[in-house]
Design a protein around this ligand. Structure first.
Ligand SMILES: *Cc1c(COP(=O)(O)O)cnc(C)c1O
Length: 217
C-alpha cells in the first residue's frame, strides 16, 4: 500500500458511510520507521503523524518540523507523568489521557506552560488488564473530571483487543463519546480503519499499511 492508496480507501469509506468528505483525519504512525521512509511520506504531502514514545518523537520531529511546515504531531502511546512536560511541548495532540493522576499533571503543566495539546481520553473498551485506558464504567466520571480541570478534551480513543470484532469496540467508544457530547473519535488502525470510519472515527491511526512493516533501525 502507498499513502495514496490509503487516502483513497479513506475517501471511499467516508462516502460509503455518508460522512462528509474530509471528515476523517489520517494519522500516519511513523514509530520505529527509518527517517528516510518518514521523509518520503512527508514529501508526498502527508503532514499529520503519530508517535508512541516521547523520546523517539523528540529525536525525530523537531528537525522535520524545521524542514516541513504545518506538521501536526500526535502522541498515541502510554504517557508517564515524568514525560508529560516534554510531551506537551512536542505534541499537538495527546491520545492517551487515561488516569486521574495524569489529568492533574497535565492541568498543572498547562497553567505553567500556557498551552495544552488537544486531548483524547483512552478508554479500555475490552477491559484488558495489560492495556491502558479508563474502564468504560468509569469513563463518564473521568471525562467530567478532566473537563472540570479545564483540559481541552476533544474526544475518545481506543485500541480493541486483537482477538475480538473491532466494530463492537468502535461502537461502544462512539456511544460513550456521544452521551458525553464529545465529537472526536480516535479509532481504527491498518487492519480495521474502514470499519472505524463506518462507526464515526474522526482520526484513524495507520502505520504499517502506509510504511510497510516496522523494521528495527
Ligand atoms: C502502532 C500503533 C498504531 C498503528 O498500527 P498499525 O497496525 O501499524 O496501523 C495505531 N495506534 C497505536 C496506539 C499504535 O501504537
Amino acid at each position: 500500500m502507498t499513502l495514496r492508496d490509503i487516502i483513497d480507501r479513506i475517501t471511499k469509506a467516508e462516502a460509503a458511510a455518508g460522512r462528509t468528505p474530509g471528515a476523517v483525519s489520517l494519522i500516519a504512525v511513523s514509530k520505529v520507521q527509518p527517517n528516510a521512509r518518514v521523509e518520503a511520506v512527508l514529501q508526498e504531502g502527508q503532514r499529520i503523524f503519530g508517535e508512541n514514545k516521547v523520546q523517539e518523537a523528540a529525536g525525530k520531529w523537531p528537525a522535520f518540523r524545521e524542514q516541513f511546515s504545518d506538521v501536526e504531531l500526535h502522541l498515541i502511546g502510554p504517557l508517564q507523568t515524568n514525560k508529560a512536560r516534554q510531551a506537551m511541548e512536542l505534541a499537538d495532540y495527546i491520545h492517551t489521557l487515561d488516569r486521574p493522576k495524569l489529568a492533574q499533571t497535565l492541568a498543572r503543566l498547562a497553567q505553567e506552560i500556557g498551552r495544552c495539546p488537544d486531548l483524547f481520553i483512552q478508554v479500555n473498551t475490552g477491559e484488558e488488564d495489560q492495556k491502558a485506558g479508563i474502564m468504560p464504567r468509569d469513563a463518564d466520571a473521568f471525562i467530567a473530571e478532566c473537563q472540570a480541570l479545564d483540559l481541552p478534551v476533544r474526544g475518545l480513543m481506543c485500541i480493541p483487543p486483537v482477538d475480538e470484532e473491532a466494530s463492537l469496540h468502535f461502537a461502544l467508544l462512539a456511544k460513550i463519546a456521544k452521551r458525553n457530547g464529545l465529537a472526536g473519535l480516535s479509532m481504527g488502525m491498518s487492519s480495521d480503519f474502514e470499519k472505524a470510519i463506518a462507526l464515526g472515527a474522526t482520526h484513524v491511526r495507520v502505520g504499517s499499511a502506509i510504511f510497510g512493516d516496522r523494521v528495527a533501525v
